[in-house]
Ligand binder design. Structure first.
Ligand code: GLP
Length: 241
């Protein structure tokens, strides 16, 4: 594992964007696995800056997002679809047809989940997967549980996740209690992974990920078995390791 400690999330964002831009520049076609939340925001800002400065084009990039809320429409201001367009896609030249974000309200959930995994496979698999980490050690929306899930699935959100993400909603009732997420198996198949974590609230989860048992009770701990994972932390997130 490549564990690096940075001053803050801005520095982390630059380093993560550099890895992505250098892959896109040298390979052309690149499949990116993308994440939402506060942690990747500075990565997206740096990707947009590099695009505006002519350093990179996203025309041959294909993206797959990790997760999406159920029970709100894709057009909702709090959907991950809206987040991704607002924070990244609307500002770069990625073709709309190359963007994949899970459908939070599929008619046939198990068919949809199988199809999402199939689409990732057909695109050649994910080259670089960006991840944040939840306060409880979740990645994507893989909540602490007694098994590591393989493929994309529908999950009941844990109380800790509901509490952490509620701040974005007008009222607690509006916060969805279910989500669709890539499974741990899908995430682990990515050729390269970059996990970003900043702030004291992440310190215990980071410690459990790096120093605790490898267990589905801390889903991020499985990343220790990945052959090419970068863990980029700020000083606060790294304060307990
Ligand atoms: C959400 C997302 C995760 C994200 C996590 C941490 O639950 N589903 O993919 O990593 O929040 O978010 P933040 O970066 O805002 O702390």
């Amino acid at each position: 594992m490549d564990i690096k400690i940075f001053k803050d999330l801005n520095e982390i964002g630059r380093a993560a964007a550099d890895i992505m831009v250098s892959h896109i520049s040298s390979h052309g076609k690149t499949v990116l696995g993308l994440a939402t939340g506060a942690s990747p925001l500075s990565t997206y800002k740096n990707l947009i800056k590099d695009y505006e400065n002519g350093k990179v084009s996203f025309k041959s990039v294909i993206s797959f997002n990790l997760d999406e809320y159920c029970s709100i429409p894709a057009s909702d201001k709090n959907s991950y679809n809206t987040f991704m367009h607002r924070e990244l896609f609307d500002h770069i030249d990625i073709p709309e047809e190359n963007i994949h974000i899970p459908d939070g309200n599929p008619e046939d959930p198990s068919a949809f989940c199988a199809q999402y995994d199939e689409m990732i496979k057909n695109a050649g698999g994910i080259d670089i997967q960006l991840l944040g980490i939840g306060n409880n050690g979740h990645i994507g929306f893989n909540e602490p549980s007694d098994t590591f899930k393989k493929g994309t699935f529908i999950v009941n959100l844990s109380e800790s996740t509901v509490q952490a993400n509620m701040i974005y909603f007008n009222s607690p009732e509006e916060m969805p209690r279910r989500a669709v997420t890539m499974g741990i198996g899908s995430i682990m198949q990515a050729k390269e992974i970059i996990l970003l974590a900043g702030g004291k609230a992440k310190a215990q989860a980071v410690r459990d990920m790096l120093k605790g048992d490898i267990t589905p009770l801390c889903p991020a701990s499985i990343l220790r078995e990945h052959p090419n994972a970068h863990i980029f932390l700020d000083r606060n997130a790294a304060s307990l390791i």
